[in-house]
Design a binder for this molecule. Structure first.
Ligand code: FAD
Length: 401
């Protein structure tokens, strides 16, 4: 035929047929593949990187905070706060802990129900690899996907290789840590099939202060304080850390997920403490020096000195002292930005949960198309909740394949 390639040179794609194709070998994708494999499904996991679970390896400071004993729907942020309930109830922290114990992985509770490996996050990756082998999951590493299409089923093309299956699970994560290969791929597949996306934004991320506040506080980089950080009705009693560009530490990372610029966040520098009580004593001198000393009782001395100097009242009347006390508990500070996806632990927003079944994570528009893990508009608090969401959403999709 004129214009067509000679049959000799035409490349015929190598086609692999499976019951399900999972895109992304992170926490959610591996869990989904294992659960489906255990039920006899032939599953392929396609991963762009040269190894599985790269983010697991760097998580929790290298020890992977793999779940949280006190996991509740309230620990998750989503446009629909009810969406995560079903999956979280069906696959609970004790399911994952049972696996960890079966594989004899030593672990401990660090604080607030946060479970970490004693040795290294590699233990969790080894567990998942071992379960993949047992469930006969086929892993295709270094597999860059060129195209996803849907005809009678799903077709995924990677170079000269085609993968075909009646079900496709997108588990390619969010945008955080682009250095590790994070891309918008999952959102693009969602858009391709007409699913709505809630705008992605960096979450669990340090906050950047404006030039004036940086000049006031950031030479104290490295100083931390026990605070309550709040935004609206959301409050976190944890550590805050001053950085070279702004604020970080668990309290700030948590509140960053709720922060709505350009509004201020509120910081209680002395939770449940009365800082100025000693100054109200009639026999006590009321000076900047005694105020500094009072603040040193509750804050690191450099921060105590700086904060009391910057916020010293014009006079030392009872009402001025009461205002100073209130200010210390409701210090409003306005970040100008976040440190962005380079430093964000997770991406909030993502595939709109209205598009998905809360029980199975399957698209309501297109049968056989699933989204799980961080690519979905469900974001956990700091403390092992994001992995719990990855395990739970992955397992629910795996049970439905
Ligand atoms: C520094 C850091 C520390 C963290 N620590 C914790 C913690 O201790 N506890 C906790 O609960 N959460 C933690 N998190 C969050 C947690 O890692 C994520 O929420 C979780 O990994 C999300 O799992 P996922 O499977 O949805 O996505 P990911 O783990 O991001 O996996 C997605 C996979 O898809 C692959 N991929 C992407 N695009 C393509 C493509 N086009 N084709 C093929 N493959 C592709 C990626 O290479 C990756 O392997 C941390 C995050 C960071 C960045």
């Amino acid at each position: 035929m004129p214009g067509s390639e000679p049959a000799r040179t035409r490349k015929i794609p190598l086609t692999h047929k499976f019951d399900a194709i999972v895109l992304g070998a992170g926490a959610a994708g591996l869990m989904c593949a294992i659960e489906a494999g255990k039920r006899g499904r032939r599953v392929a996991v396609l991963e762009r990187a040269g190894r599985v679970g790269k983010k697991i390896l760097i998580s929790g400071g290298g020890r992977c905070n793999f779940t949280n004993l006190y996991c509740q729907p309230e620990n998750f942020i989503s446009h629909n706060p009810h969406f995560a309930k079903s999956a979280l109830a069906r696959y609970t922290p004790s399911h994952f802990i049972a696996w960890v114990e079966k594989h004899r992985i030593p672990y401990h509770e660090k604080k607030l129900g946060q479970l970490f490996c004693d040795r290294s996050a590699q233990d969790i990756v080894t567990l998942l690899e071992c379960e993949c082998r047992a469930a006969a999951v086929q892993l295709f590493l270094n597999t860059a996907i060129d195209e996803v299409r849907h005809d009678s089923g799903f077709v995924v093309r990677a170079g000269e290789t085609e993968f075909r299956a009646p079900a496709l699970v997108v588990a390619t994560g969010g945008l955080s840590i682009p250095k590790m290969g994070a891309t918008a791929f999952g959102y693009e597949v969602a858009r391709q099939f007409g699913l709505a996306i809630r705008p992605p934004r960096p979450a669990l991320v340090p906050l950047v202060l404006g030039a004036e506040d940086r000049g006031r506080y950031c030479d104290l980089a490295g100083v931390s304080a026990d605070v309550v950080a709040s935004f609206g009705k959301h409050r976190f009693h944890e550590q805050m850390l001053i950085t070279h560009r702004g604020l970080s530490g668990p309290a700030i990372l948590q509140i960053s997920s709720y922060w709505n610029p350009p509004q201020p966040i509120m910081i209680d520098l002395a939770p449940q403490r009365n800082v100025t009580a000693s100054l109200l004593d009639l026999n006590s001198p009321r000076t900047l020096a005694t105020a500094r000393a009072a603040f040193r009782q509750v804050l690191a001395s450099r921060l105590a000195d700086r904060w009391s100097e910057l916020h010293a009242p014009a006079n030392w009347t009872n009402s001025a002292l009461r205002a100073l006390e209130q200010h210390a508990h409701q210090w409003a500070i306005t970040p100008v930005d976040t440190e962005g996806y380079d430093k964000a632990e997770v991406t909030a927003g993502g595939v709109d949960t209205d598009e998905l079944s809360a029980k199975t994570m399957e698209s309501r528009r297109l049968r056989g198309l699933f989204f799980i893990g961080e690519v979905v508009d469900v974001t956990g608090h700091l403390g092992g909740f994001n992995f719990q969401w990855a395990w739970a959403s992955g397992a629910c999709a795996g049970w439905a394949l």
